[in-house]
Design a protein around this ligand. Structure first.
Ligand code: ZN
Ligand code: ZN
Length: 128
């Protein structure tokens, strides 16, 4: 992962044009107008309040994940919501992270389905 991050940072320095598009550190897909993982996590935390049995675990694990992400913050695309250069992960990859946290927390199928429905992160969705 660290190698990938270095590659992204170098590419940004070498070619200013590519700054307009953000390259996800996980899947390397280029996306535009991104919401950063911190801002996406805020939405997840609001939603998970509905499920007291797993909310504690999900919130904790999410914070651990975001804390790791702080190492990359400042080198990436600006988030359209909080305006920090913190968008290092695309919505698809972020929702995969949350999904695996839910599975680890043994969330019921209904909860997983609801997450998929509600947090179907697409950059288009966030632009509108
Ligand atoms: Zn991605
Ligand atoms: Zn943000």
């Amino acid at each position: 992962m660290i190698q990938k991050i270095n590659a992204v940072v170098q590419a940004s320095v070498l070619n200013d044009n590519c700054l307009e598009y953000f390259e996800c550190i996980d899947c390397n897909k280029a996306v535009k107008n991104l919401i950063c993982p911190d801002c996406m996590a805020v939405q997840v935390k609001v939603w998970i309040e509905k499920y007291p049995n797993i909310k504690k675990k999900i919130k904790k694990e999410l914070d651990v994940f975001l804390k790791k992400g702080k190492n990359y913050a400042g080198h990436f695309e600006t988030c359209i919501k909080c305006k920090r250069a913190n968008a290092y992960l695309c919505p698809d990859c972020f929702s995969k992270v949350v999904n695996s946290l839910l599975e680890e927390a043994k969330a019921k199928k209904k909860i997983l389905e609801e997450f998929e429905e509600m947090f179907n992160y697409k950059p288009v969705y966030w632009n509108s």
